[in-house]
Design a protein around this ligand. Structure first.
Ligand SMILES: Nc1ncnc2c1ncn2[C@@H]1O[C@H](COP(=O)(O)OP(=O)(O)O)[C@@H](O)[C@H]1O
Ligand SMILES: [Mg+2]
Length: 320
């Protein structure tokens, strides 16, 4: 059986006045139905751009999908006409962001915002859609939902707004939920509640989740599989337990060492040095300048290669 979603060799570039930004470089991963895949890495490593490309939301220009394929059923989302993408987005693949206010309209009542995708994608009438909106709010734990549908976003707290976003995203029962740092802006207690909610709904509906975070603790708790990104590339991917028990890329090891207990919410300890400029990506391993194990051969191109059928690393030294 092919996976639900297969990203192969995806490269996304931005053509800016400062040069060409190689935001995502030859990224590949699979997502199976019902699975949770964590996408981790420091800020600026290409996580959000990867997500946006799955939804056909890369601003073009300045962005461009330079190569690769995003296979979803018989569609290639990397080369899909806008009308087909609109039919997939929000219905079969939904997304939630770090800041719900970027996707909630401050001037529209919550109920109307929830009802809209239901009317658009499921063809429900006004009343029916509103009733479903109440149900959806109730399901994500918003008390007094029948009254709260008439409130505006600013009347909800940050955690509540994120619940609303989850309700909106899941209302059409998508096959894939792309969650881009959905709990980063929330305090630790609320973060734990939102994760519990996502886990419950994910199990109940069997939604596959691409969960983006810079928090390894959250990945350890929430994701069966993980893909670690560095400077636009996936440098290691595999089952979360295996990858965290024995990282096979020095960048993963450095992230892992910074979080001995893997507790959610713990901040990553800074790794000495800076990631490379994405306008001038190196030919060889991008982590080499910061890597305690770097050798001269690390200046050669290093592709992601399998160590086991479900575990891959881009570190050449693992294959010596
Ligand atoms: N619209 C854009 N124009 C130019 N560069 C962009 C644009 N969007 C993202 N980038 C660049 O792409 C790189 C990856 O960004 P992003 O995916 O947002 O990182 P992350 O989500 O991992 O923090 C960054 O260098 C960022 O500056
Ligand atoms: Mg981001």
């Amino acid at each position: 059986m092919p996976p639900l979603l297969r990203v192969s060799d995806l490269s996304v570039r931005f053509h800016t006045r400062r040069g060409v930004v190689h935001a995502v470089e030859r990224v590949s991963f699979d997502l199976d139905a019902g699975q949770t895949l964590g996408l981790v890495g420091e800020s600026g490593c290409g996580k959000s751009v990867t997500c946006l490309s799955l939804l056909g939301l890369i601003p073009q220009p300045p962005g461009r999908i330079a190569q690769g394929e995003i296979r979803f059923g018989d569609l290639d989302l990397a080369h899909c006409p806008p009308a087909k993408l609109r039919a997939v987005r929000g219905r079969r693949i939904a997304m939630i962001f770090q800041d719900p206010m970027t996707s909630l309209n401050p001037y529209l009542k919550i109920g109307d915002q929830l009802a809209e995708p239901l009317r658009l994608h499921l063809g429900l009438g006004r009343r029916e859609a509103l009733a479903k909106a109440v149900e959806a709010l109730d399901e994500v734990g918003i008390a007094d939902a029948a009254r709260r549908v008439h409130d505006y976003p600013h009347q909800f707290s940050g955690g509540m707004r994120q619940r609303v976003m989850i309700a909106m995203a899941l209302a059409t029962r998508p096959e894939i939920l792309v969650a881009d740092e959905p709990t980063t802006a929330l305090d630790v207690t609320v973060q734990a509640q939102i994760l519990d909610l996502m886990r419950r709904l994910q199990r109940e509906y069997g939604t596959a989740v691409l969960f983006v975070t810079h928090d390894l603790g959250v990945v350890a708790e929430f994701c069966e599989r993980v893909a670690v990104m560095y400077a636009g590339r996936v440098v290691e991917t595999g089952p979360t337990a295996t990858v965290f028990a024995r990282p096979r890329h020095p960048y993963t090891a450095a992230l892992r060492a910074a979080l001995p207990g893997l507790e959610p919410g713990a901040r990553l300890r800074a790794i000495p040095g800076e990631p490379p400029k994405l306008t001038e990506p190196p030919v060889g391993c991008a982590f080499a300048p910061r890597c305690p194990r770097a050798q001269p051969q690390c200046a050669n191109p290093c592709e992601l290669r399998n160590l086991a059928p479900d575990h891959a690393t881009a570190c050449l030294r693992e294959f010596e």
